[in-house]
Design a protein around this ligand. Structure first.
Ligand SMILES: [Zn+2]
Length: 304
């Protein structure tokens, strides 16, 4: 296991995701989502990230809420490791023949992966309850679908600071999706993370079956963008210690360096970061800057 001075957390799994942020208003069709890698039909993440211009507006709102007029300010003090406990509600969706069922051991293994990934951040995740629902329509839930809406309306519990995780044989070859903290107020029932059943540790979604789809999606739920957000331009993912990256990385192209100039261009692409698109066994870290942003986003928008 590798660890550097800037490594906030370690783990050997990656995940894919589809991050849903309807409030952002950016349409991204599922068909436009790139295949996660050549050796799978799965697509890592369909997250509706904002455009560069929209991201600036969202950042200005964020700055206002946290009492700063400078969107470039990164003066937030990171809370102590393990000091923010998040209650988790796990919702397993099966079909009417019980396909998609997960054992307690599998769920606990997924929770362990999640906690390991965030072990050097303020966040810990506490599984409060698990629900199991047999529903053939929800079992193949698609992103931004009526099935997603009815599933979440029926099952979601808690408030802005509670993490609802839905596990299903989701459609469109996606590994998962999530909502951003800033989206909560406009659509509380939509809030949460959806992941593919086969992405849990030991699942059938190789090379994305080590449990880090959930790690990646929870990163979005806490306020993190993809490491390639904004490409080589602007402030990218609004994290100063993740080198700018022109596009998503697949597989595990260590040493790739796609941005030669612009803010944060120095340094190789952060392909081992949980918020890129690489294989589960390639990504294993968050940076201190990401931990700080997640801390501030979640405290500002989720009251955590
Ligand atoms: Zn994502």
């Amino acid at each position: 296991m590798r660890k550097t001075a800037f490594t906030i957390s370690i783990k050997t799994a990656l995940s894919l995701c589809l991050l849903a942020s309807p409030a952002v208003g950016l349409a991204q069709s599922v068909s436009s989502i790139e295949n996660a890698s050549s050796n799978t039909q799965l697509k890592r993440c369909g997250t509706n990230h904002p455009s560069i211009k929209e991201a600036v507006l969202k950042e200005q709102h964020f700055s206002t809420l946290r009492g700063s007029s400078d969107i470039n300010s990164e003066s937030h003090t990171l809370r102590p490791v393990g000091s923010v406990s998040i209650d988790v509600y796990f919702h397993v969706i099966t079909d009417n023949s019980n396909n998609g069922a997960l054992s307690n051991s599998e769920i606990n293994s997924q929770m362990a992966v999640l906690n390991d990934a965030y072990a050097s951040t303020p966040f810990t995740f506490n599984l409060v309850s698990t629900s199991v629902t047999a529903n053939n329509t929800w079992y193949n839930v698609g992103y931004n679908s009526s099935a997603e809406q009815s599933m979440k309306n029926s099952l979601r519990v808690g408030d802005a600071g509670d993490l609802n995780i839905y596990v299903a044989e989701i459609s469109d070859g996606l590994l998962g999706w999530a909502t951003f903290p800033s989206s909560y107020s406009s659509d509380p029932l939509d809030d949460g993370v959806v992941i593919l059943t086969g992405s849990v540790p030991g699942g059938d979604a190789s090379p994305y079956n080590e449990g880090d789809t959930l790690t990646h999606e929870v990163g979005h739920w806490l306020g993190l963008y993809h490491t390639f957000q904004g490409g080589c331009f602007g402030r990218g993912d609004y994290v100063s210690d993740t080198p700018a990256e022109r596009s998503a990385a697949y597989g595990c192209p260590v040493g790739r360096d796609t941005c030669t100039r612009g803010r944060n261009a120095d340094g190789e692409d952060p392909v081992t970061n949980f918020m890129d698109y690489t294989d589960d066994n390639c990504m294993y870290e968050f940076t201190e800057g990401q931990a700080t942003r997640a801390d501030e986003q979640s405290s500002t928008y989720r009251g955590l």
